[in-house]
Design a protein around this ligand. Structure first.
Ligand code: ACO
Length: 418
């Protein structure tokens, strides 16, 4: 067996991209061999210096890629994030520390670059906590039993003066980016999308497994403004007695007003032949069930952690967001990697702004950097984490005070897998 030291972990150059892609497909249990077209399409994701491989005897056996992203925080500001993706280690080389080496290099480079956080969508829950990542948003998927929802089957369009049109992929590439910008600027937990995201979702570039061209529906409000858009596929299922039994699967649904969300969900539940709607990953407090006369018709199919965050700079992370009340809190943050641990005083003013600085003062709460990430976007309760023993109160009542400062009335949501 090759010793750990003999395995070279380094950024690849473009000539190694085919070997790197083969290794990634192996790690994700996908067909290893890739076509020239696949490689050509995928090359847009090659970021020099940030596409990393591990090489054993000249063959790529592990992959890791990161790219620049913006993450929206509470209050609507965005912070520069190091988005981590394409993480694989071949089954022949697992549990020898290769991920640990690739991650350590990447996080150190991200810190050096000035990224405030690193982000990822975890394939499995137990992988990333050890590197200081914590789940910062959660996702819920519902399946709507349309005939049980109590909706009037005669519905023929929005009652609010708005309209819904089906549009082509090209229209989505034109209208979608601006709509998403509006959403993500006001949605804590949302991330930026690049042009390739729009090309992939519309099929202009195809390398994702199982792509089927979706239907695209656009909602315009009474004044003609595009306020919502949805992409969905259907599965052409029929029962033995010739009954249509289609499920509409929502790939994404963006609404920048409650009216837009209501109209698009109503539309999806009105399509002839469709008896079930799978919603895709929404925020756990999405309005959707309450758009239905019988909210129980929306059954939770998935409930899981979604966006994981690794705080790289406590001061900038805490100063970027806003707070629910005025107050002062001293946090003792443990960070085994040495990237951003220390004792910090957060001062929030009545207008919601926060300042943060290292302090020698007595701590109010002690916690790991991964748990700070879990609290940062407002989704989790410090009181709950204290009950679990993950946050320690150094002053009685500090966890409750942290909740008053940090928690938000609506939950954060990351609409994108990356
Ligand atoms: C953002 C993304 O891309 S998510 C996709 C992640 N990729 C996958 O799930 C594909 C299949 N899995 C893999 O490729 C690999 O198993 C990886 C990438 C998850 C882990 O790579 P490895 O090189 O085996 O990890 P490494 O040896 O550095 O492990 C470090 C520690 O994490 C633990 N660990 C690693 N993977 C897992 C896991 N899936 N579940 C539980 N523990 C794990 C190891 O046991 C080890 O613990 P220890 O330090 O106590 O001994």
């Amino acid at each position: 067996m090759t010793s750990r030291a003999d395995i070279d972990v380094r950024p690849i150059d473009e000539s190694e991209f085919a070997d790197w892609s083969r290794a990634m497909n192996i790690g994700f249990l996908r067909e290893p061999t890739t076509s020239e077209e696949y490689l050509e399409a995928r090359r847009a994701q090659f970021t020099p210096g940030r596409t990393v491989g591990a090489f054993d005897d000249g063959r790529c056996v592990a992959t890791f890629r990161s790219f620049a992203q913006e993450l929206t925080v509470v209050g609507g500001a965005v912070v520069p994030a190091d988005a981590v993706t394409n993480v694989t280690v071949s089954p022949t080389h697992r549990r020898r520390g290769l991920l640990t080496r690739m991650m350590a290099q990447d996080l150190a480079a991200a810190k050096e670059r000035g990224d405030v956080v690193a982000t990822l969508i975890a394939a499995e829950y137990p992988i990333y906590g050890r590197y200081g990542f914590g789940p910062a948003t959660w996702a819920t998927e519902w399946t709507i039993d349309v005939p049980r929802a109590g909706l009037d089957p005669r519905w023929a369009g929005p009652e609010d003066g708005g309209r819904i049109d089906l549009v082509d992929a090209e229209d989505v590439r034109k209208l979608g980016p601006e709509l998403h910008e509006r959403l993500r600027r006001s949605q804590p937990g949302a991330v930026s999308r690049d042009e390739l995201w729009w090309q992939l979702t519309t099929g202009a570039v195809r390398f994702l497994p199982g792509f089927h061209e979706p239907f695209f529906a656009v909602y315009r409000s009474a004044d003609g403004e595009v306020a919502g858009m949805a992409a969905y596929t259907t599965d052409d299922r029929w029962g033995d007695a010739k009954q249509p039994l289609n499920t509409a699967k929502v790939k994404w649904l963006t609404g920048v007003t409650p009216a837009a969300e209501r109209a698009l969900w109503r539309y999806l539940c009105s399509i002839d032949w469709v008896v079930a709607v799978r919603t895709g990953y929404r925020a756990p407090d999405d309005l959707l069930p309450h758009f239905l006369p019988d909210p129980r018709a929306a059954a939770v199919t998935t409930q899981a952690d979604f966006l994981w965050v690794r705080v790289l700079d406590v001061v900038r992370a805490l100063e970027a967001r806003t707070y629910g009340t005025a107050g002062s809190l001293v946090l003792e943050v443990a960070d085994a990697s040495g990237l951003t641990g220390g004792r910090y005083r957060l001062e929030a003013s009545a207008d919601g702004a926060g300042t943060c600085a290292p302090t020698a003062g007595h701590p109010d709460l002690s916690l790991d950097v991964a748990d700070l990430a879990t609290l940062w976007l407002g989704d989790e309760s410090a009181v709950r984490l204290a009950a679990l023993g993950r946050v320690r109160e150094e002053r009685a009542g500090a966890a409750r005070q942290a909740d008053a400062l940090l928690r938000t009335s609506r939950r954060p949501w990351c609409p994108d897998i990356f």
